[in-house]
Design a protein around this ligand. Structure first.
Ligand code: NAP
Length: 248
């Protein structure tokens, strides 16, 4: 499914690994210029080199999504270079699970800053361009945890519920501007995400779970491509997918 993707200017946050990297590869192969943001620029540059060698158009920019000016710069760079932004994928996130009673307050703050405020900054950066264009597509990455709460996952689930709430509000508000909105809520996908867990017992449990059930990251890339590739009058509002073996 790659129709209606070629030529679209697509900005992706958290593109240095995992789901963002897989989406960048898939969408670039489908003919979209991609603009990739993350903090690890060495990783972004290696991805860009590979995609460029395959004929893709790629821009990279060091971007910390907790810094509003950096997210604005990422989007503005895309518009300066390519003349427009067609799709904004707010993907950057982390998942340092821990029981609330262990009071990992710094990690709670970090999840709120990256998983919620980072998405808001992405919306803020893209929205005025899309309003002017009277076209655009904002894709926000939530999770099964945006639907279900699990022990040790309360704060992460809260941030992912927030992403769904923000996205639904956005969906309703941007109708006059012909902007599409999609929430993508993956189950367990094999990425570096569990490496953000600092509590040894929780980390071991989640790594074991991922080893058992996680599916490859191109599952996410195909879901993104499905949403983007629909005709412009079709707005895929949410995709929730899991590994076939995942129970929760
Ligand atoms: N994998 C899953 O099972 C799963 C399931 C549901 C939802 N998700 C969601 O999918 C998204 C992507 O995660 P992933 O699974 O691909 O994990 P990952 O491999 O750890 O990738 C996370 C990405 O987010 C970026 N990131 C983290 N903090 C950032 C910051 N402050 N500013 C900019 N970028 C930042 C990282 O880049 P740098 O470190 O280079 O900045 C990296 O590119 C997250 O929102 C996650 O919650 C994943």
């Amino acid at each position: 499914m790659s129709g209606n993707i070629a030529g679209k200017v697509i900005v992706i946050t958290g593109a240095s690994s995992g789901l963002g990297e897989a989406a960048a590869r898939h969408l670039s192969a489908a003919g979209a210029p991609v603009v990739l943001g993350a903090r690890r620029t060495d990783r972004l540059d290696a991805i860009a080199k590979e995609l460029t060698e395959r004929g893709g158009e790629v821009l990279t920019l060091a971007t910390d999504v907790t810094k509003r000016d950096q997210v604005s710069k990422l989007v503005n760079t895309a518009v300066e270079k390519f003349g427009r932004i067609d799709v904004m994928i707010n993907n950057a996130g982390l998942m340092p699970h821990s029981p609330l009673e262990r009071l990992k307050v710094d990690e709670w703050d970090r999840m709120i800053d990256v998983n919620i405020k980072g998405v808001l900054y992405g919306i803020a950066a893209a929205l005025h361009h899309m309003k002017q264009q009277k076209a655009g597509h904002i894709i926000n990455v939530s999770s099964v945890a945006g639907h279900k709460v699990t022990p040790a996952g309360a704060v992460y689930a809260a941030t992912k519920h927030a992403v769904r709430a923000l996205s639904e509000g956005l969906r309703q508000e941007v109708k006059p501007y012909n902007i599409r909105t999609t929430i993508i809520s993956p189950g367990a996908v094999a990425t570096e995400l569990p490496d953000s867990i600092t509590e040894a017992d929780v980390s071991a449990r989640i790594h074991d779970f991922y080893k058992e059930v996680a599916i490859p990251a191109d599952s996410f890339a195909r879901a993104v491509a499905f949403a983007i590739s629909q005709p412009e009058d079709v707005d895929i509002n949410e995709i929730l997918f899991r590994p076939t073996r995942q129970e929760l």
